[in-house]
Design a binder for this molecule. Structure first.
Ligand code: C2E
Ligand code: CA
Length: 679
């Protein structure tokens, strides 16, 4: 080789070396760039084509067998020194092959060319593998992103320092923050606690909400990340709260129900025991609510309860609980109250009812009875206290007292009551009962035409007991049937005796609603009339308006049979129920007895006088005769004459008397002047 040749070859080598270096640099760039696999392969083919002055270069990828070609391949096979080929290696594997070719007319490849291609092979192999990995990673990441973007759960990743590293769109929605605002922030900005389970979230607009949190951790390279998945459970919590509310409240009035009251009562009792204080429980029951429902419909009844619930609340403090126990029964829990406090509240509650309720155009007045019980005095558990307040309420109702404090004697479960039940049975069997008779005076004839039989119990220990004390017990225990039978028998026997003595007197007997449910009552009456030879016209059945209206359909058949037999039917305590007169017209009734609460005040109260006057008018229109009961003085008597009342009954004429005394009274002269003035 000439010197010139050597210089030339050296120069060529330098150029090669330079180009190799340049190429390697470029490929090194490729290696660290984040180009796609296809871009990388094209780039490599392009570079190698130019670096080796080849006419054609091609790269085939092992994974896809795709080939990228640049330049023009020769049509005929070229000589072996006109082409070079190398495997593209990476991490011990081959990712593809690279082939270069020169046209036959060009110079053959030299050995430095082959060396360069080999060097490139490794670099290009790594570059391609790298691009493939990045691509794989990207597609995995894209997949992951897609998942994260679309999950309903907020996904937050944080590093070991609790700083937020990622925040998905759902998390943005949940917390109201844009990702860029929270990246790098402490997780405490968003969440109260990070242990899994329920915690509270804080949103960008400052409100807090319940969240359900799940935590998992992962290692990314050598970084430890915690992944929190966050679910906003506001809706679920609301649904749960609504369900709980529903379970603990009355649907109509939205007041706490019995379950919740029981709970609060138990708590209040415990707190009072601890503090040495007392708890008051008031149980309130409307009088004759059933009639409101039956007469005006459930719609009106519901309206009444709703309005009542609102009114009751106005009397109580926020620490008190007012509950609807069901039906028309309400309860008021006063967690710290003395008897005096409770009494004042009870009175205020009753005062509230003075105002009539306006319901769908109707004006309704309603009374209530309230029972009071206190803890620890009357019981130290919720059940006992509730039961005892209930007992007191019944006592208040029976005595028409408005409210009553629990007294052990009146308790259904008290020894006294249990003893009375047993004794009443015996009293009926052994004739310890007696009848008193109260005359009914007829204005038109100026005579006592009838006497009302009122039962008494001559109790060996307690003395003469009033029917108000034991008739309710009889009604509750099934003793009402034998009791009424006893009364009917005794009353008709007495009529028989009077008639024998020349006194033409009819008798009125009070029956309970329970009796009208007895299918055999009409037969029993017929047999007793026959037994004592008393004409049916000499017997009148008195049945209270309230019980009749509560269950008129049930009573109708019995009343029709009685009337068909000729027995009179009288509606007792009229005006205290809610009879619709149209309905009354269809009932087999002969007589109305205006309740003594109206009669008693008709001389002093214009409203009561108006009620009596219009009742008389209406009753007469319906062909009924009218009795005024509870006539206690001359003024009342005079007014009754004026309004055209038919019959009067009351202490002014006579108290209920034993039959013998009544007989004497009837034939004596000193009662005559009282009614003689009617002419
Ligand atoms: P009632 O049918 O309204 O009877 C009238 C009650 O008022 C009687 O009370 C009578 O003593 C009383 N009274 C009469 N005149 C006057 C008056 O001028 N002023 C006042 N303040 N009161 C007067 P009693 O006898 O205690 O009867 C109470 C209730 O017991 C009766 O009310 C009646 O519903 C019921 N009852 C009485 N006997 C029987 C019975 O044999 N069977 C049934 N089921 N109930 C009865
Ligand atoms: Ca009566």
């Amino acid at each position: 080789m000439s010197q010139q040749d050597e210089i030339n070859s050296l120069a060529a080598e330098i150029v090669h070396a330079y180009e190799e270096l340049h190429l390697l640099y470029e490929l090194g760039d490729v290696l660290t760039s984040d180009l796609s696999v296809s871009d990388v392969t094209h780039l490599i083919v392009d570079k190698i084509l130019h670096a080796l002055s080849a006419g054609h270069a091609e790269l085939t990828l092992a994974s896809s067998e795709q080939t990228v070609r640049v330049g023009q391949a020769s049509e005929t096979p070229v000589a072996s020194d006109h082409w070079l080929q190398t495997g593209l290696r990476s991490a011990g594997g081959v990712v593809g092959t690279l082939k270069v070719e020169r046209a036959p007319e060009d110079e053959p490849f030299s050995s430095p060319d082959a060396k360069l291609l080999d060097a490139v092979g490794t670099l290009a192999g790594n570059a391609i593998r790298n691009a493939q990995l990045v691509q794989e990673l990207r597609s995995n990441e894209a997949h992951l992103r897609a998942v994260l973007d679309n999950v309903a759960e907020g996904i937050i990743t944080v590093n070991d320092a609790q700083c937020i590293a990622s925040f998905n769109p759902a998390a943005e929605r949940i917390f109201g923050y844009a990702t860029r605002d929270v990246l790098g922030q402490d997780l405490r900005v968003l969440l109260d606690h990070f242990g899994a389970g329920e915690t509270r979230g804080h949103s960008a607009d400052g409100h807090t909400f319940p969240v359900d949190l799940k935590v998992s951790d992962m290692w990314l390279d050598d970084q430890h990340l915690l992944i929190y998945s966050v679910r906003d459970i506001t809706a679920r919590k609301e649904a749960e709260a609504a369900l709980e509310h529903q379970a603990l409240h009355d649907a109509l009035t939205d007041l706490p129900n019995r379950v919740l009251l029981h709970d609060r009562l138990q708590q209040a009792i415990r707190a009072a025991q601890r503090d040495g204080a007392s708890v008051a429980l008031l149980v309130m029951d409307l009088d004759r609510f059933k009639e409101v429902n039956d007469t005006f419909g459930h719609h009106i009844g519901d309206l009444l309860l709703e309005q009542l619930g609102e009114r009751l609340g106005s009397v109580l403090r926020s620490s008190d609980t007012i509950a609807r126990l069901g039906g028309d029964e309400f309860a008021m829990l006063l967690p710290t109250a003395t008897f005096e406090d409770a009494r004042v509240i009870a009175q205020r509650l009753l005062d509230l009812l003075e105002q009539p309720f306006t319901l769908g155009g109707l004006q309704l007045e309603i009374d209530a009875s309230i029972g009071l019980a206190l803890s620890p005095e009357h019981g130290t558990d919720a059940d006992t206290l509730l039961r005892r307040a209930d007992v007191a309420m019944y006592v208040a109702k029976r005595n028409k007292a408005g409210y009553a404090l629990y007294v052990a004697d009146q308790d259904q479960h008290s020894p006294m009551r249990l003893a009375l039940v047993a004794e009443l049975r015996r009293a009926i069997e052994q004739d310890e009962l007696s009848l008193y008779f109260q005359p009914k005076f007829c204005f038109a004839s100026g005579k006592v035409t009838c006497a009302e039989a009122l039962v008494r119990w001559e109790h060996p220990q307690h003395g003469l007991l009033s029917p108000d004390l034991f008739v309710p017990i009889a009604e509750q225990t099934g003793l009402i049937r034998p009791l009424s039978r006893w009364v009917l028998n005794a009353a008709l026997r007495q009529v028989n005796r009077w008639r024998r003595d020349g006194l033409d007197l009819a008798v009125a007997v009070n029956l309970s609603m329970r009796n009208l449910h007895d299918p055999e009552i009409a037969d029993m009456i017929r047999k007793l009339l026959t037994r004592w030879g008393v004409p049916a016209a000499c017997l009148t059945i008195e049945i209270t308006e309230s019980s009749l209206m509560a269950d008129a359909a049930q009573a109708l058949e019995v009343l029709e049979r009685l009337q068909a037999m000729g027995v009179g039917v009288s509606i007792d305590d009229f005006g205290t129920g809610y009879s619709s007169l149209a309905y009354l017209k269809r009932l087999p009734v002969n007589e109305l007895k205006i309740d003594k609460s109206f009669v008693a005040h008709m001389a002093s109260d214009e409203n009561d006088l108006a009620i009596v006057r219009s009742t008389v008018g209406l009753a007469h229109d319906l062909g009924l005769s009218v009795v005024a009961e509870g006539v206690e003085d001359q003024d009342t008597w005079d007014l009754l004459v004026e309004v055209g009342c038919d019959i009067a009954q009351g202490y002014f004429i006579s108290r209920p008397l034993p039959p013998l005394v009544l007989g004497e009274w009837l034939v004596s002269t000193d009662w005559e002047p009282r009614y003689a003035r009617v002419a």
